[in-house]
Ligand binder design. Structure first.
Ligand code: THU
Length: 139
């Protein structure tokens, strides 16, 4: 599966407009490429009780999984203060990395972007070494 990084990044940037962030005012967008070629987007969704907050990455994963899609190739992530373009990379939080660990292979690509022209790509295994996953529950 070829990865069109710029398309994924643009979709992630567009999703930041949908973020619900009345508390952090930090808008994150994600675009998740499934192995079947479909793309699932997500934004962060906060909550007055704080802990129910859902990150953009997990929103995208849960949309895909809820539609029966469980094989993934890459995800683009962009984030920064609301109302402005990102100036820094937004690394996926630990909880989102663990969700990736459940469904993705070692070479799943995490695309962290500031813009469609400025981005870096890392493998999941390098972002989450010694990761705990489904295989660890097998005897
Ligand atoms: N956030 C994400 O959506 N993804 C990440 O990987 C990092 C953090 C969100 C959660 C919260 O709504 C806001 O960014 C500030 O932490």
């Amino acid at each position: 599966m070829d990865i069109n990084e710029k398309e994924l990044i643009q979709l992630a940037l567009d999703m930041r407009k949908m973020s619900y962030t009345p508390y952090s005012h930090f808008n994150v967008g994600a675009a998740l490429l499934a192995a079947n070629g479909k793309i699932y987007t997500g934004c962060n969704i906060e909550n007055a009780s704080f802990t129910p907050t859902n990150c953009a990455e997990r929103t995208a994963f849960f949309k895909a999984i809820s539609e029966g899609v469980k094989e993934f190739t890459a995800i683009a992530v962009v984030g920064g203060p609301a109302g402005a373009d990102p100036v820094d990379y937004c690394p996926p939080c630990g909880v989102c990395r663990q969700v990736m660990s459940e469904f993705c292979h070692d070479d799943f690509k995490i695309i962290m972007a500031k813009s469609v022209d400025e981005y870096k790509i890392v493998d999941l295994i390098d972002n989450l070494p010694d990761r705990f996953g489904p295989k660890d529950l097998l005897g």
